[in-house]
Design a protein around this ligand. Structure first.
Ligand code: PGA
Length: 251
């Protein structure tokens, strides 16, 4: 399976000038031929801007939205639908990121519905899990993890077997804190996620990512974990001095 390096820009940067400079660093880092798939989740408003740039210059990254609605269309002010992404040729969406769970009150149930919308529209959901309130002490709450996985999967089994999806495990205490989970712990969790998915879906290959304070310096500690297919990176994905090394580490 090819590695995936996903960049979540969150609500950054705030000007097109800064987008331009990030894009030139990215374009140079990714180059023309690269084995890993690089997926960028910019603020929604900048997705078309990046698509225009891709028409003008070699920028070999895939694009995605940071969230989609649990509904197909209708009176949901401020939201965008999976079908809109498909229509705009935007291949990916994040679903259930900790910040949407916290600030937009996205629940496990909503995650399940959004996953359904995304798969049905042919958009690849990158489903984020690992966000229990109990895990602030850096322990792993396997019951809560299982609930998050079940909420995303149950009811979507047929679609998940037919279409692509990605799961990103991000321990809540590792996001934006500079503290990463240790590699043994990540491997244990990856094995648990794989087993849970197998119980729900049978034999299936779903790429698994780790996210939470990954940067150019520490990514090498994790890249060889056999069960891990890549990283979801926030803060470091906005730093020109981090991007080339992150891309290089992915091989
Ligand atoms: P971080 O964010 O890399 O800044 O910890 C990761 C994320 O929120 O996906």
């Amino acid at each position: 399976m090819n590695k995936i390096l996903a960049f979540n820009w969150k609500m950054n940067p705030t000007t097109r000038r800064e987008v331009d400079s990030l894009v030139s660093v990215l374009a140079e880092a990714v180059g023309h031929t690269h084995d890993a798939q690089i997926v960028v989740f910019p603020p929604t408003l900048y997705i078309s801007y990046l698509q225009q740039k891709q028409a003008d210059m070699p920028l070999y990254v895939e694009l995605g939205a940071q969230d989609i609605s649990a509904e197909a269309n209708g009176a949901f002010t401020g939201q965008i639908s999976a079908q809109m992404l498909a229509d705009m040729s935007i291949p990916y969406t994040l679903i259930g990121h900790s910040e949407t769970r916290k600030y937009q009150h996205v629940t496990n149930e909503v995650v399940g519905q959004s996953v359904h919308q995304s798969l049905a529209a042919g958009v690849i959901p990158m489903i984020c899990i690992g966000y229990t309130h109990h895990s602030q002490d850096h322990s792993i709450d396997y019951d809560a993890l299982k609930e998050e996985i079940e909420a995303a999967v149950i009811g979507n089994e047929e679609l998940l077997r037919m279409k692509s999806c990605v799961i990103a495990y991000e321990p809540i205490w590792a996001i934006g804190t500079g503290i990463t989970a240790d590699p043994e712990m990540i491997q244990t969790v990856m094995i648990f996620i794989k087993r849970t998915l197998r119980d729900l879906l049978g034999e299936i290959e779903i790429p698994l990512l780790y996210g939470g304070s990954i940067n150019a310096g520490n990514s090498t500690d994790f890249v060889d974990i056999q069960e891990l297919d890549g990283f979801l990176v926030g803060g470091a994905s906005l730093k020109a001095d981090q991007i080339p090394e992150l891309v290089r580490v992915m091989g």
